[in-house]
Write a protein that binds this ligand. Structure first.
Ligand SMILES: Nc1ncnc2c1ncn2[C@@H]1O[C@H](COP(=O)(O)OP(=O)(O)OP(=O)(O)O)[C@@H](O)[C@H]1O
Length: 274
């Protein structure tokens, strides 16, 4: 269980504190180090994006933040501002909504689970279905939805749940380019409302620069922090406007500079294994 701190400690501390975090998995060949001594503080209200080559430990880190894995050593602390609210909500790539529930029921799931009064559930779910363009589809089941719409349900559910932190693992990676851009615009708009602390994994440097306040580049296995870069672009952001700025292209180029060697190293590691 992540350590949750009381409100009085919050002003003096970041929202998420990762300290000397290492994760090893037992394998047939001995211990495999997926994450190697990562330390980072994430301030409240930061849209924090993680990029790194395949297999560098991004998902493992997110799963530890989400209490789905335990650290081998070191610690992860999430500072709770509203005790009683859920610690985190996760959005994964691909299908992560319940196929037997309607859009509305899926979005309301977290709130109902913790006994939020019906009127408040109606208001909150109505708000996020509206924000994600799903109001008309509230009574549909997932099999009646496109991939982009299913991801919208997942996002509506995560925001409606109102967690301390939002964890997103490549939520748009399975979508086509147009849908991806639309969802990036939507998430920017929704996030702008209450600026929750988000940790977001992506393989796309463009997506990282479009969405993020800070970008952490991880090294190839074993996963370490290679660089943490502040993204200076003002908010609210418009995706196309932002992408037309020369400074945007320069930033993408800079992040690629950090990432390129790591991607090559990860490829070489993979080839050595096969
Ligand atoms: N339960 C496990 N047992 C053994 N090894 C594991 C386990 N979970 C993950 N790993 C290994 O740890 C490393 C990091 O995995 P992880 O899924 O966190 O990487 P990733 O950066 O998210 O990769 P990708 O970008 O391809 O999704 C990989 O080499 C993976 O095979």
């Amino acid at each position: 269980m992540n350590q949750i701190k009381a409100h009085k400690d919050i002003l003096a501390t970041p929202k998420i504190r990762i300290a000397n975090l290492t994760k090893q998995f037992p394998t047939a060949d001995g211990l495999f180090t997926a994450i190697d001594n990562i330390s980072i503080d994430i301030a409240a209200g930061t849209f924090f994006v993680i990029v790194g080559p395949s297999g560098c430990g991004k998902t493992t880190l997110l799963r530890i933040l989400g209490d789905l894995e335990t650290p081998s050593s070191g610690s992860v602390e999430v500072y709770a501002e509203h005790p009683g609210k859920p610690g985190n909500s996760m959005v994964f790539q691909g299908d992560s909504i319940f196929p037997w529930m309607t859009v509305w029921e899926n979005a309301a799931y977290g709130l109902k689970l913790r006994g939020v009064p019906d009127a408040q559930v109606r208001e909150t779910v109505g708000h996020y279905l509206d924000k994600t363009g799903l109001t008309k589809f509230a009574k549909r089941y997932p099999y009646q939805l496109s991939g982009g719409m299913k991801q919208r349900v997942s996002i509506a559910r995560a925001f409606a749940n109102d967690p301390e932190i939002l964890l997103m693992d490549e939520p748009f990676s399975a979508l086509d380019e147009q849908n991806k851009t639309l969802l990036q615009e939507e998430i920017l708009r929704i996030w702008e409302e209450d600026k929750k602390t988000v940790v977001f994994i992506t393989h796309s440097v463009d997506e990282a620069v479009t969405l993020g306040d800070q970008i952490m580049v991880m090294s190839a296995h074993p996963g370490k922090v290679k660089a943490v870069i502040d993204v200076p672009f003002e908010r609210p952001r418009e995706v196309f406007e932002l992408r037309s700025l020369p400074a945007y292209g320069e930033m993408v180029f800079q992040i690629w500079g950090y990432l390129r060697d790591e991607v090559q190293q990860a490829k070489a590691q993979e080839e050595a294994r096969t």
